[in-house]
Every structure is written in C-alpha cells, then in structure tokens.
Design a protein around this ligand. Structure first.
Ligand code: ADP
Ligand code: 5GP
Length: 215
C-alpha cells in the first residue's frame, strides 16, 4: 500500500546557473550533500580537469570524439559550447531519477537551461546566481586559483553575456553572503517541492482523507 501520509509526487529539475565564479558550484555541492532525494547530475565535458576535481564526481572528462558520439546518439539531454569547451548532461540518469520520484540538481549554463525549459517547462525550477559586483566576481576567480590567468580573463569577458540572460530564470539570488544564498536556494526547493501541480498523488490522498470516518 502507498504511504498515505505522503502523496506521490513528480520529481523536479532544479537548475543553478551563474557567470563563472559567482558561486554556483559551491552552492550545488552543499545542496547535494545536505539534501535528501536530490541527485546531482554529473555533466560530461571536454575541458581539462582542474587540480581539485575528480573524474566522475565533478564531471566526466571526455575527449571531443567521445563528446560528439554522445551528441550523435542523442544521449545528451542538452549540450552547449561554453568558454570554448563542450559540456553536456547525460540523459539516462536524469530520466531514471525523475521516474523514481527523485529530484535532480543541475549546474549548467543558460544555453542548457533554455534547452531543458523547452523540453519540460513544468518540471523545471531555474535559479540564477549573481555576484554582488564585477570586482568581487574577478577576485573570486583569482582566489579560486584553479584557472590560468588567460582562462580567468576569458571567463570575465563572457560574464557580462551570461548575466544578460538573467530573465530566463524563475528566481535570481545575489550571492553576497554564502550562508544566506544557500538558505534562499533551500527555501525555493522546499516551496517548489510542495507545489500542488507536482503532487500527482494528492487527489487520491484527499479522497481518502474525506472518506475517513472519525468518531
Ligand atoms: P562557480 O561554480 O560559479 O564558477 P564557485 O562555486 O567555484 O563558482 O565559487 C568561486 C569561488 O568563490 C570559490 O573559491 C568559492 O569558495 C568562492 N565563493 C563562493 N561564494 C562566495 C561568497 N558568498 N563569498 C565569498 N566567496 C565565495
Ligand atoms: P566550469 O568549467 O567552470 O566547471 O563550467 C563552465 C560553465 O559550464 C558553467 O556555467 C557551468 O554551469 C556550465 N556547465 C557545466 N556543465 C554543463 C552542462 O552539462 N551543460 C551546459 N549547458 N552547461 C554546463
């Protein structure tokens, strides 16, 4: 018998995007560690691995031929060229998680967000993270110390184009204080999980509730 105290619900896709350095990887990592029933989508990328990254944990690092093959076989839910590298979301783990009623968390750019929005608007919650200032964005990229100076310069150049896409998103958060930004993301997830349209088992639950006899 289904758990009547918890009506069945459809899984949602929670997307976090931002210009590079605004803090979305930090926020996605914390969220996926602290939240239950939330699978982190591991993207494939043709970019080189950073010193702190682990293959299969942060990304699956693949070469261009393997990336092109995944695209040709339609095994990517979305894909994009970002800062000169290919990035994409493997389709199968996402479909399996949603089917099982689990939510999926994505750290992807606005191009990927647009593609997923076109495919499944109702199931998507899209959040954009902004830096408090361009100067702070630059110093975070420098402090992170994982990219070469020319890579940082390229990412800063691209930041204005990415920020200009902010209106594609359902929610916008300025990541000044990391703890406050995390609480905002969490509040959005909690509220979106309770949305009536996602509670596919709610009609049955209410019917059972109304039929219950109490003395
Ligand atoms: P992104 O994934 O958007 O490129 P990261 O999550 O890697 O960004 O964050 C970039 C750097 O800024 C990291 O070193 C991170 O620890 C730091 N950072 C993130 N949020 C804040 C914040 N609110 N205040 C100060 N530093 C931050
Ligand atoms: P980074 O190289 O800093 O890890 O990521 C660069 C950008 O690529 C970020 O904006 C990140 O959100 C985006 N990105 C990472 N994975 C994917 C993906 O699978 N698809 C798309 N469209 N963008 C991605």
């Amino acid at each position: 018998m289904a758990d009547l105290a918890r009506p069945a619900r459809r899984g949602l896709m929670l997307i976090l995007s931002s210009p590079s350095g605004a803090g979305k990887s930090t926020l996605t990592r914390t969220l996926s560690q602290k939240e239950t029933n939330l699978d982190l989508s591991i993207s494939v990328t043709t970019r080189g691995k950073r010193p702190s990254e682990i293959d299969g944990v942060h990304y699956r690092f693949i070469d261009r031929d393997a990336f092109d093959l995944l695209r040709q076989r339609d095994e990517l839910l979305e894909w994009a060229e970002v800062h000169g590298n290919g990035y994409g979301t493997p389709r199968k783990p996402v479909e399996e998680a949603l089917k099982a009623g689990r939510d999926v968390l994505f750290d992807i750019d606005y191009q990927g967000t647009q593609q997923i929005l076109e495919k499944a608007r109702e199931d998507v919650v899209a959040i954009f993270i902004l830096p408090p200032s361009m100067a702070e964005l630059r110093s975070r990229l420098v402090r992170r110390a994982e990219d070469a100076p020319e890579v940082i310069a390229r990412r800063l150049d691209n930041a204005r184009d990415e920020i200009a896409r902010w209106s594609v998103y359902d929610y916008v958060i300025v990541n000044d204080d990391l703890g406050a930004a995390y609480e905002s993301v969490r509040a959005i997830l909690v509220a979106e999980r309770l949305k009536r349209s996602r509670a596919v088992g709610m009609a049955d639950f209410v019917e059972t509730l109304l039929a219950e006899k109490v003395s």
